[in-house]
Design a protein around this ligand. Structure first.
Ligand code: SF4
Length: 99
């Protein structure tokens, strides 16, 4: 689909956008916080799985990540810390490396 209005059909429209942000310090927190972070990430991923424009979102995510890599260099952490198309930045990186 090539239309630019796909975002209008996104499940995340109108929802709290912070749900799609990777919680600050994720991976460096205690067990309770970690469980909370994981639950939040899984909730965002569940929304994405039900989203009718997940394919368009994935294409957009890969473009954004690729642009950031050009700006920041391939060895550095992406600054995009959001879940897109049901994938975390780390999962998108793995996908990119596997293609
Ligand atoms: S796949 Fe997820 S992040 Fe992408 S538009 Fe849909 S709900 Fe939003």
């Amino acid at each position: 689909m090539n239309d630019i209005w796909w975002r209008d059909r996104a499940v995340c429209v109108g929802k709290d956008p912070t749900l799609w942000e990777i919680p600050h310090g994720h991976g460096k927190v205690n067990r309770t916080q970690s469980r909370r972070h994981t639950a939040r990430i899984e909730k965002a991923k569940a929304y994405c799985r039900s989203c009718p424009v997940i394919a368009e979102c994935l294409i957009e995510a890969m473009k954004i990540d690729s642009m950031m890599l050009k700006v920041h260099g391939s060895g550095k952490q992406l600054t995009s810390e959001t879940i897109m198309a049901g994938l975390t930045p780390r999962e998108r990186k793995k996908l990119r490396q596997s293609t």
